[in-house]
Design a protein around this ligand. Sequence first.
Ligand SMILES: Nc1ccn([C@@H]2O[C@H](COP(=O)(O)OP(=O)(O)OC[C@H](O)CO)[C@@H](O)[C@H]2O)c(=O)n1
Length: 357
Amino acid sequence: MDETPTWTTGTLTGNSEPCFSFGVIADIQYADLEDGYNFWGSRRRYYRHSLHLLQSAVEEWNKEGNLLEFVLQLGDIIDGFNAQHKTSKNALGRVMKEFKKLRAPVHHIWGNHELYNFTRDYLTQSELNTKSLEDHIFLGSAAKGQDSPGDATAEHYYAYHFSPVTKFRFILLDAYDLSVLGRDKSTQKYQDSLKLLKEKNPNENLNSPTGLAEPHFVEFNGGFSQAQLDWFNEVLTFSDRNEEKVVVVGHIPIHPDSTDDSVCLAWNYKDALSVIHSHQCVVCFLAGHLHDGGYCLDSHGVHHLTLEGIVETPPGSHAFGTIHVYDNKLVLMGRGRIPDKVMYYTKYEDKCKYNCL
Ligand SMILES: Nc1ccn([C@@H]2O[C@H](COP(=O)(O)OP(=O)(O)OC[C@H](O)CO)[C@@H](O)[C@H]2O)c(=O)n1
């Protein structure tokens, strides 16, 4: 019997070459400001230094050569304080200048801080919209109605998928599709989101989880519309049929065991998990948002990896990684606060077993 562990921490000792590699970085939250603290005053935030950390991450990735296919920027690229200081465009320009030095494309996710700084229409027209890197495969009716870059509708969501090599696909999800952040107050999505948030969170400050039965119903989180979940389901159906392995990426974690405080979770994380668990193809969900990082292997054999955030990373340390993709595992080579991890794919027959339970 094969005793291969499904997950181990440790050194990278694989003998075979990876098929390809990609970089990961989360919560840069750059601002040209003195250091500050998180809301609870428990974690220092290094707003200015985050740009230096990005610079050195880019330098390191560039040394990795042609195997590095792309980088995933997991959202919150600049801090919300920029909006108050009217420095949003300037700060974004400085961060994008560093990303342009990278010799590989970057896929950008949108987090809550993107929505503190910019409208969705602005983001759609900006360099943070990397949907032009999407794959165009036929997906059926649920995929119709999705806007393409430059196609700014008030109710749109920002999600796409791409396949860097045969049999491997990445899906970027919009965790603020249902949100009061970034949505015009006249939209149905804003009104539905506010209604849901107020039903679940009676606090005067909707960012406060105090006393909540479901503490993830706070304004700085968001969720997925049914239209996006239907689209997601169609992409996974395509991937199942084509025996692809899929990595899903979103700003907010979707598994309670991959976040340590039960707050940093997408509003309807159970709906996203249920779509994933109705398919065989998903091997890993990557998120940011929780600056302390987290990890779990769920009951269906899907790895949930939440990356430590750059903004709470002190000088002398780091928080980025390179994930090497093998035919039987993902190997995370973490830097600084991000530990190495080996994440084996759960065997197809084991996933079937879970799904029949
Ligand atoms: N109890 C709270 C918590 C937060 N706020 C306010 O909400 C806004 C967003 O909070 P912030 O911590 O800046 O969000 P991040 O996305 O950077 O981090 C998410 C997790 O906290 C990381 O672990 C901000 O304006 C806070 O002041 C609040 O009012 N009440």
